[in-house]
Design a protein around this ligand. Sequence first.
Ligand code: NAD
Length: 386
Amino acid sequence: MSANINLPRILRVGAGASAELAATLDELMVSSPLLVTDPFMKECGYVARLLQQLDEGNVSYGVFAECVPDPTTDSVAAALEVFRSGAHDSVIALGGGSSIDTAKAVAVMAEREGPMRQYKVPHTITSGAPIIAIPTTAGTGSEATRVAVISDTETQEKMLWMGLGLMPVAALVDFELTLSMPYRLTADTGIDSLCHALEAYVSRKANPFTDSVALSAMRTIALNIRTACEEPDNRTAREAMMLAATQGGIAFANASVTLIHGMSRPIGAFYHVPHGLSNAMLLPEITAWSVEGARGRYAQAARVMEMAADTDADSLALEKLVAGLRQLNADLSVPSPGAWGIKEQDWFDALPVMAEQALASGSPANNPRIPDVNQIVELYERVWRV
Ligand code: NAD
């Protein structure tokens, strides 16, 4: 059976890649982009640097700098209005996954009408305006995925959108833009990438192409995430993390995420826990429950991440994997849901709906061990008790 792999048409990777924006627009023959970003990117000077390039290249452009974390249908609508009023032909996304997903939603809604919720999975989004993605977190991998995550303002559901219309035509992956990330953001976004790689590797849709990038990404992250957090100016660790984040995106977009991401989205939607952090809260316990479904693969993941020795038998490697992930959370000060501030009553009241939403996203069906709705409720309970 063959695997279907989708990638951006242009990937520029490494220090200074974002300085190639004007040249990239030229190559793509787009002439009137809307830059979609968030207020911090403006404050820290990243926007000004890009605009200088566009000015020097005589590109006419617009700017929308009001993206919010975890974009909503309302925040996308505001950006869409700016896109439509400016006769733009493309979008440049600068920022973390939230800015990139906002830009993606604008690009596809530019040629569509009606309520945005009709475009969530299982709908497939096949077309949209060209997207040029410049990630500033190492992170979501959204620069290389045909996925966007948009919250429905009315229902609070974190909707998954999928299809080739959401794949950036170009991604400028410049680790220098991540040097400004503080400790918590580095840790959370790094664990998001680790989940992408691990979930893609154990997914029922894994294939030899995604295996190679997933294994490379999980090893790189496991060996560099602590340094990137503790030494924010360490260029070697930052470069490694950025490359691994894009690889993680490529892996999961072509093999799918599994139970961790399925259960993580409702936590984000209900309690506004940052995406990477809710993944981190789930990672050790969901892995512990899932290992029986793919013992060999999880054991191999443990060895590749140097949490287990090459000579360890699978059963020992699995024990060490779960212990290693718990240790990683401890080292990176990942709080439990309660310590983060969620009230026990709120958590338990919401569990049935959260479990239904997790299951409906389709991601748990790709897990090596597939849970029913009651088992997902039990897993949320277990995660609370950690
Ligand atoms: P984010 O985009 O929400 O940004 C979080 C905060 O970090 C913002 O305040 C932002 O200004 C700040 N920030 C970003 N880059 C920075 C930098 N270099 N220095 C300092 N501060 C910086 O964070 P994220 O984790 O990258 O994105 C999360 C979103 O991405 C969620 O909505 C999640 O669901 C989505 N997501 C999408 C995909 C996909 O493939 N489309 C995959 C995973 C997650």
